[in-house]
Design a protein around this ligand. Sequence first.
Ligand SMILES: Cc1ncc(COP(=O)(O)O)c(C=O)c1O
Length: 376
Amino acid sequence: MEKLPVFVPHIHVDTLKHLTDALHVGWLGMGATTKEFEERIAAYLDLSDRFVATTNTGTSALHIALLAAGVGSGDEVITPSFNYVADHQAIRMTGADVVMCDIREDNLGIDCEKAEQLISERTKAIIPLHFAGIPCDQDGVYRLAQKYNLRVIEDGCHAFGSSIGGRKIGSYGDITCFSFDPVKIITSIDGGCVVVNSREELEQLHRLRLLGVDKDTTERYKNSRAWDYDVVSEGYRYHLTNIMASVGISQLKRIDEFVNSRRRVCRAYSEAFKDIDGLKVPESDFDGVSPFIYSLRVLGGEREALIEHMRQRDIDVGIHFVPVHRHTYFANARRGDMEVTERVVKQVLTLPLHSNMKPDFVERVIDGVCGFFKVL
Ligand SMILES: Cc1ncc(COP(=O)(O)O)c(C=O)c1O
């Protein structure tokens, strides 16, 4: 039987055409296509007075977002342990300390009451995650930020295109980061971006992503170089190339089709599984959600047996996440109680979800899960 992967990138002739056109221009590095991708992201997110800087990964986006927010040595940043380790590594890259917080049962996002208990004099910022594309308690996060004068860096890596109350995540708030890595809703092979509120912060991001050089972005956006530059700050090699941006543009042009098709599959899964006693489906109808993954919870200690059952049917499944406080490198980081996290990480299971997923793949996943619970 054909292997059914958890993730399948949606690469078609349109992507190949964008890619070859970009290669023919003869300017492979950051340039006019990078700029075009940023303009298209801004248009897609409905940005009116916010600014986008692309980066070579979501992790580098988080790193320079933290630096732009003024996070550095001696500071603390609060983020869930139930998150991808990219956030924790990015915090450590700035010299700041990671503080890990528990999550809520309903949306598996940060628990703001528990986060409040972790705030210290050193707390500088908070990184909430919109897990699986489903919004976290964003109001709660911004209330905390206002009360304690904290910066917010929203991790929107799972949520490119998700909205809250009709407004896209990233179109308002403090700072938002996205990822376009190989398995995300849209990919630029690897890539990411940061959205900020001011031109000053945007220019700071431009310097941080390219070795602290002051004039590089302006010139490179014309597919040329400035030779009389100055280096005015710290900086990294985090920029996105024309080639990667061309892939990103081809994907962004089709994002509505991708998101709608993914929502349909999520709804079909939830409909098929919602009455199974041993399962807990996501608490979302997927309206306004741009679903990166479909993660459900397997109750009663049955997860490993279900994984084995799916593997025998050549259906790949995933686990998001191993909680970061369990990793050796982060074991000593300050943290609060992990009551919900500890329970949830034994239950979560990511089922295959693709853009324009083949109907027989969807059927196979549903039959596999229902067969395990003998409700076929
Ligand atoms: C929640 C979260 N944050 C950050 C990242 C990092 O993004 P990237 O892989 O583009 O560096 C990822 C990637 O999987 C992620 O899932």
